[in-house]
Design a protein around this ligand. Structure first.
Ligand SMILES: [Zn+2]
Length: 445
C-alpha cells in the first residue's frame, strides 16, 4: 500500500536540465479522505518480475525531403544504445506545402534515402511504418484541421494506403504493419481500408475513433521527447498495469533554437538505458508482446485521459492519473472508475469549501445591515461569473471552467439557502433581517 500512496521515488532527469519533476501532488482535505480507498483499488498483486514500463520511440515525417543528417544522427544514437524505434515514412511527399490542399506534385523516396532506410531496417532496430501517402492535406486547416484521410471516400483511402504499403515493402524489403495517419486524423473508412490492406496497428493520438468492429490494435503517442523523465515517473505509479509510453519525434525537433542537440539526445538515451524497469521496443514489438491494445481499450483510455489531463488540474492529480502513459487491457477500466471517483471528490470538495466559505462570510456580515449583505452577495456573484468567463476564455482549459463553475455553484447554493431561510423566517413573523444566525456581539471584520 505504501508505494501507492503516491510518495514516488524521484528520478533525476536529465541531469543538466534541472528539476523537471512536479512538486509533490497537493490534494484537498476532502480528497484525502477517499485517497486510501482509491489507493487500495490500485494495489494489484502482480509479481515484481512483471512490473515494467514500455517505452516506444516514434519518429514521424521521414521522406525524400526530410533531413538525412538529423535522421542519421538519431539512428546512430539509437544503434549505440541498442534501442529500437519506429519510423513513420511518407512514400511520396508532396512537392510544395503539406498544409495546402491545392494540386501539387509528389517526390518519391530518393535512392540515397531508400538505401539509408534499407540499412537501418537490416540492422533489426528500425520498424518502418506507413505515414500517409503524400502527407498533403485534403482540406484547409480552418475547416476542421489538416488531414490526408479524414472525410475522404473509402475507395480513395484504400488505394492510397495499399499503394503506399506496397511501395515501401518492395523498396525497403520489409513488412509494413503499422499505420500513422498524418496529423493523427483519420475516420472509420481509414480503419476499414487498413483492415483491407492487412495492417495490424494504428498509431495516432487518443482522440481518434476505434470504430465498431476492427481487428486493429491502437497505440497512440501521448508524450514528447523532453517529457520522458516525467512520463517514466508517472508510469512507475502504474507499473502493475504495464504502462506504455510512446514518445513522438519529428524532423523539426532537431532544427531551430529549441532543437534537441546530439548531446541531449545521447544523455536522454543513456538515462533511459540506465532505468532497469524500462524496456524500449518498436510499435510492432509492443503490439505483438502486450495484450489488450484493441479498440475498446482506446475508448477506455480516452475517458482516463479526459480525467487525467483535462478535467483534473495538474496540482490535484494523484499518481494514478497520468496524462503521458497509455494503459493496456481490462485493468485500465478500474482506473477509469478511479478517475471518475477522483473527479467527484475534487469538485465535490471545491463546492463544499465554497459553500462553507460563503456561509462564513454571511456569518461575518450578519452584524451589518441587510443592504450591506445584499450588495456584498451581488458583487461577489458578479465577480465570480466574470472570473468564470475570463478564466475559461483566457486559458482554454476545461478544468479552469469547471473549478470556477463549482465555486459559483457552492457560493450560489449558500446564498440561496440564506435567502430561503430569510423568507421562511419573515413569513413566520420572526425578525431575520440580518440573515443567518444573528450574532450577539458583532465584531465587524
Ligand atoms: Zn506527419
Amino acid at each position: 500500500m505504501s508505494r501507492l500512496l503516491f510518495i514516488a521515488h524521484r528520478v533525476p532527469y536529465p541531469p543538466d536540465k534541472g528539476e523537471r519533476m512536479r512538486a509533490p501532488n497537493k490534494v484537498m482535505a476532502v480528497g484525502l479522505l477517499v485517497l486510501p480507498f482509491l489507493a487500495s483499488c490500485a494495489d494489484t498483486s502482480n509479481s515484481p518480475g512483471e512490473a515494467r514500463v514500455t517505452l516506444v520511440f516514434r519518429y514521424d515525417d521521414c521522406s525524400a525531403t526530410s533531413s538525412g543528417e538529423s535522421e542519421d544522427m538519431l539512428l546512430q544514437a539509437f544503434r549505440r544504445h541498442g534501442m529500437p524505434c519506429t519510423m513513420g515514412v511518407i512514400p511520396h511527399i508532396c512537392t510544395e506545402n503539406v498544409h495546402e490542399p491545392r494540386p501539387q506534385g509528389t517526390i518519391s523516396l530518393t535512392p540515397a534515402k531508400a538505401e539509408f532506410l534499407r540499412q537501418v531496417v537490416r540492422s533489426g532496430l528500425v520498424e518502418v511504418a506507413l505515414h500517409g501517402y503524400s502527407h498533403q492535406t485534403v482540406r484547409p486547416r480552418s475547416e476542421g484541421g489538416c488531414t490526408e484521410f479524414q472525410g475522404v471516400a473509402y475507395e480513395r483511402q484504400v488505394a492510397k494506403i495499399l499503394e503506399g504499403k506496397r511501395y515501401l515493402e518492395h523498396l525497403l524489403d520489409t513488412e509494413v504493419t503499422t499505420f500513422i495517419p498524418p496529423w493523427n486524423r483519420y475516420d472509420a473508412n481509414t480503419l476499414r481500408a487498413l483492415g483491407e490492406a492487412r495492417f495490424k496497428c494504428l498509431s495516432a493520438d487518443r482522440r481518434g475513433t476505434a470504430g465498431s468492429q476492427t481487428a486493429l490494435t491502437f497505440l497512440p503517442a501521448p508524450c514528447e521527447f523532453r517529457e520522458i523523465g516525467q512520463a517514466v515517473e508517472q508510469a512507475r505509479h502504474l507499473h502493475s498495469y504495464r504502462p506504455i509510453i510512446v514518445v513522438l519525434l519529428h524532423p523539426y525537433d532537431f532544427a531551430g533554437p529549441e532543437a534537441i542537440s546530439p548531446e541531449e539526445l545521447e544523455r536522454t538515451l543513456q538515462w533511459v538505458q540506465s532505468q532497469d524497469d524500462v524496456r524500449v521496443c518498436s510499435i510492432r514489438q509492443a503490439v505483438e508482446g502486450i495484450a489488450g491494445l484493441d479498440g475498446e481499450n482506446l475508448e477506455r483510455n480516452k475517458y482516463y485521459y479526459l480525467a487525467a489531463a483535462r478535467l483534473v488540474p495538474p496540482f490535484m492529480r494523484p499518481g494514478f492519473l497520468s496524462n503521458q502513459v497509455y494503459l493496456p487491457g481490462e485493468a485500465s477500466a478500474s482506473l477509469v472508475i478511479m478517475g471518475g471517483a477522483w473527479l467527484i471528490a475534487v469538485y465535490g470538495s471545491i463546492i463544499a469549501v465554497s459553500f462553507a466559505g460563503m456561509r462564513g462570510l454571511q456569518f461575518l456580515l450578519s452584524g451589518r445591515s441587510a443592504t450591506v449583505l445584499r450588495i456584498s452577495l451581488w458583487l461577489g456573484s458578479i465577480t465570480l461569473v466574470a472570473a468564470v468567463v475570463c478564466a475559461a476564455s483566457l486559458t482554454g482549459r476545461e478544468y479552469v471552467s469547471i473549478i470556477m463553475g463549482s465555486i459559483t455553484f457552492g457560493v450560489s447554493g449558500a446564498a440561496l439557502q440564506n435567502l430561503l431561510r430569510r423568507r421562511r423566517n419573515s413569513g413566520s413573523g420572526t425578525s431575520a433581517s440580518e440573515g443567518v444566525q444573528p450574532r450577539q456581539s458583532p465584531q465587524g471584520f
